[in-house]
Design a protein around this ligand. Structure first.
Ligand SMILES: [Zn+2]
Length: 242
């Protein structure tokens, strides 16, 4: 009980009654935190802008019995520029939903928080294709979640020779360990995955891919997320229809 402080980003906002919101925040040092924000939907509320999806804030809350009631929020970054572009917005909505659906509760998620902040910053401030931002996020997020090795072949670790993707098992394999019917990775896709896996921070968002390579990476990661993370989100496909 008492006053608590969190720094974090709103990854889900829901209406809670007439004028209030329920927020899910990914907070530094603690991971997922749910807040109720009374009156946050009132246009005159000081909490209005700080309680929107993607808002990165210093939150102050009152801790009750198993709940947090938001009392103050100081906006650090709104990522408002993302809302000016439908494709950027679609990808940002997808990324926050992916984190909301898959990041475990009850433990700090600081690396995921940092990754999400980098991805939203790149979406807002740069001209990198939004769908590429999401694919880079997915590779790093799978790696942080312990679901994607930075080695090559799942069996022997071979990473320099061309790799193949086994769709049913959703595994990367070298030629020697293929079962048959695997998809040969484009060189650019194999290099992109290795590049992301080997680096940290914002620099992972610093390369381009051809349409063909981006399409293959997209195809592989859709299957990878489905098999290893158990998610298939409609929001992932939304920007393709734009
Ligand atoms: Zn192998």
């Amino acid at each position: 009980m008492g006053v608590v402080h969190f720094r974090g980003i709103v990854i889900q906002e829901n209406q809670n009654g007439e004028s209030s919101k329920r927020l899910l925040v990914l907070a530094k040092g603690v991971g997922r935190v749910t807040f109720t924000a009374r009156g946050a939907k009132n246009t005159k509320s000081k909490l209005l802008s700080a309680t929107q999806l993607f808002s990165y804030c210093d939150f102050q809350a009152y801790e009750g019995r198993g709940f947090y009631s938001l009392t103050q929020a100081d906006l650090i970054e709104s990522f408002f520029g993302i809302r000016m572009d439908m494709e950027k917005l679609a990808e940002a909505v997808y990324l926050t939903e992916l984190v909301e659906k898959t990041c475990p509760a009850g433990m700090e998620q600081d690396e995921t928080l940092r990754l999400l902040l980098y991805a939203l910053t790149v979406l807002e401030k740069t001209t990198m294709p939004p769908r590429l931002v999401s694919r880079i996020f997915e590779v790093k997020y799978l790696q942080l979640s312990g679901l994607l090795s930075d080695e090559g072949c799942m069996v022997c670790g071979e990473g320099t020779a061309p790799l193949f993707f086994n769709e049913s098992r959703s595994e990367f394999l070298c030629k020697k360990h293929c079962f048959g019917g695997e998809l040969l990775l484009l060189g650019a896709v194999q290099r992109a995955v290795a590049y992301i896996a080997e680096r940290e921070g914002r620099q992972i968002f610093s390369f381009t891919l051809s349409e063909e390579a981006l399409a293959q990476l997209d195809h592989i990661l859709r299957r990878y997320l489905e098999v290893h993370m158990g998610v298939r989100l409609k929001s992932r496909e939304f920007s393709k229809g734009l």
